[in-house]
Design a protein around this ligand. Sequence first.
Ligand code: X2X
Length: 354
Amino acid sequence: MPRCVGYLPALTAPHESTLMSSLPRRTLLASAALPLFAIATRPAHAAEFSLKLANNAPVTHPQSVRQQEAADRIKQASGGRLEIQLFPNNQLGSDTDMLSQLRSGAIDFFTLSGLILSTLVPAASINGIGFAFNDYNTVWKAMDGKLGAFVRAEIDKRGLIAMDKMWDNGFRQITSSSHPIKAPADLRGFKIRVPVSPLWTSMFQALGASPISINFSEVYSALQTKIAEGQENPLSLIQIAKLYEVQKYVSLTSHMWDGFWMLANKKGFSALPPDLQEIVTREFNKSALDERADIAKLNGSVADELKAKGLEFVEVDKPAFRDALKQAGFYAEWKKKYGDEAWAILEGEVGTLS
Ligand code: X2X
């Protein structure tokens, strides 16, 4: 208090009038200077557009690595005007959460499995039909060709944009912690985690299993705590996400091929100047091809690495799984769901299925 009293009289000292008269000008100067100050302190290279890209893949997965590279090239090619920040590994939530965020515009780009996207765009799961694809040549011919174009047009109707080139996830294989899966009978009552998608649930029900829908963000812990006995994913992901730590056996069923669409919120993407849209499209498509090559390379070595980690590889009666699906009416049911046009495009690429 005494210090305060001592201070205040100084302001009301004889030279008070000088001080007071100078105040309004100083205040004026200060307020006028504020916006200038704000501009001056903005980072020199602040981008004109700052967008968010999210995925469910571990940071070391080729998907995340190649997406970061795309973001770096986009920044460079746009002269720093467009900055894309990558949020990998479910940092922004589960696939289900991120799909909502993409639709609301909270995130701008998101890579999502076509099968999970089918909760919004039913036709988008079509590439996951059991045993439709035998090899990568057929996959890329279809997804870079008529089947992919058909699905992208369906995605477009739902307020999202899918870039031309799909990213590889891979041919999916069944893992188990309880017993080896050799034939469909081994799946009876098997508690298998599947991603959130009607096609996945339907397929494993048709095979006699007890599928449980769980987002990828929860898979490791679901397996660890035995909420699920098994799951199915490509070998590359089983390795990168360390699922071998909580699983004992892997069966090379290759029961479906799964890939990721690079999705954009249509409203947000269309608001970008055309030259930036072109850069983004070009660089994401380029990185998708790089990522496909990475996975192809990984596929050559990953089985040995998984064996070395202690995962036991199981011989399977693959045709028996396909026959079981047929007998359960799986193909007939899904042909009806997709409709004749879509089914004809699929069969045009892979041959007769039903
Ligand atoms: O959720 C999965 O299993 C994953 C990572 O393969 C997909 O994104 C479909």
